[in-house]
Design a protein around this ligand. Structure first.
Ligand SMILES: C[S@@+](CC[C@H](N)C(=O)[O-])C[C@H]1O[C@@H](n2cnc3c(N)ncnc32)[C@H](O)[C@@H]1O
Length: 205
């Protein structure tokens, strides 16, 4: 059992996660026009704040996460509301492939900093997107290592990111940069931790 399995039991009470997920989705929808029948992947979906916010009557939303606890809560919610176009499946980015050329949008919120190889994360996302597909990364701006100090930085591979480093990686893989915005300022430890949305596009001409 990893720490997210335990955390899943009370994740729906995290007001700050609800607010920051909302800010992430609002920024995305301001910038990107999604097709009504879009095929969407929420990577590191947790219990699905982002996935459920993006679901409509006609699209298809998949959540992926390596925590059984998170996946179970996500799928219980989908079952409770009898939703058949949203589901979560278990997946570990470090060990498994993603289906190729499948998604119109991949969105990932506060997950990439748990994954050591950022190039691999971008490359797998690129390969999993259809042409003209969008990747939206929502994560912490560079921080001093104090954000997760209450968890002893368990499973934390990056203390946030420098904007320029991410733009360089995204471009090197072939993404076109669409936007980079600070969408939420999280207060914790008497500090402010900005959260960004990086939106990039796979565009093969
Ligand atoms: C901070 S939580 C964010 C959850 C959700 N996106 C949210 O904002 O509420 C990070 C999530 O990433 C997942 N995760 C961490 N490493 C992963 C990996 N290697 N593969 C898949 N999921 C991973 C965890 O299980 C956890 O649900």
């Amino acid at each position: 059992m990893n720490r997210f399995d335990e955390a899943a039991k009370t994740w729906d009470k995290r007001q700050v996660s609800i607010e920051s997920s909302d800010a992430c989705v609002q920024d995305l929808l301001k910038i990107v026009q999604l097709k009504n029948d879009a095929n969407i992947l929420d990577y590191g979906c947790g219990i699905g704040f982002i996935a459920f916010a993006l679901k409509n009557e006609t699209n298809n939303v998949t959540g992926m996460d390596y925590s059984d606890g998170m996946i179970d809560v996500f799928n219980e919610k989908a079952a409770k509301f009898e939703l058949d176009n949203i589901k979560a499946i278990k997946h570990n980015m470090n060990e498994e492939k993603l289906p190729s050329s499948t998604y119109d949008l991949i969105i990932s919120s506060k997950t990439m900093h748990h994954i050591k190889d950022t190039n691999m994360f971008f490359q797998k996302s690129y390969d999993a997107l259809k042409n003209d597909g969008i990747l939206c990364i929502n994560d912490l701006d560079k921080e001093d290592g104090s954000f997760h100090k209450d968890k002893g930085n368990d499973g934390v591979e990056h203390f946030g990111y420098e904007k320029e480093d991410l733009l360089t990686i995204a471009k090197s893989i072939g993404f076109k940069i669409v936007s980079y915005d600070i969408v939420y300022n999280q207060e914790k430890n008497k500090q402010i931790y900005p959260l960004f949305n990086l939106i990039v596009k796979k565009e093969i001409r």
